[in-house]
Design a protein. Structure first.
Length: 148
């Protein structure tokens, strides 16, 4: 739990709010494994992501000539780099400060925003294309937020 305590206050509060009461420290740490990596050792996540390509069929399905694209849970830019060549403007949402910093360094033309996928700070219909690359599970409230 010492690593959970090292998370930024807002991240820790967000993640622990989803933990059922009575969970052991070990189960909490296991459940927050990826959160811990994203926020405390972003370089390791970036290295892993660099060896896990996006399926070519998914990339082929992305349209070209898009006015504005939104990448939700952008991480260090694995999907973002493909959107940059397909859209006139790209906004990337990423709650991890270290990952967002990596992304901003690599893609300075991308607007990088700190936010959670289930609470996007944009009006419905603000983007021509909304995309995400493995950033979440089948949470109905999150899917509804992305569809708006």
């Amino acid at each position: 739990m010492a690593d959970v305590a090292r998370l930024p206050d807002g991240v820790r509060a967000h993640e622990l709010a989803r933990v059922p009461p009575g969970e052991s420290g070990e189960r909490i740490v296991r459940g927050l494994f990826w959160t811990l990596v994203y926020h405390l050792d972003a370089g390791r996540w970036d290295e892993l992501a660099s060896h896990e390509p996006i399926a070519p069929e998914i990339l082929d399905a992305l349209p070209h000539g898009v006015d504005s694209a939104l990448d939700v849970g952008a991480g260090s830019g694995r999907l973002t780099r493909h959107l940059v060549s397909r859209a006139r403007s790209v906004t990337a949402v990423e709650p991890s400060d270290p990952l967002r910093a990596l992304l901003s360094t690599r893609y300075p033309t991308v607007t990088a925003v700190s936010a959670w996928a289930e609470a996007l700070p944009f009006e419905a219909g603000s983007f021509s294309l909304t995309a995400a690359c493995g950033a979440f599970g089948p949470d109905p409230s999150l899917i509804a937020e992305l569809a708006a």
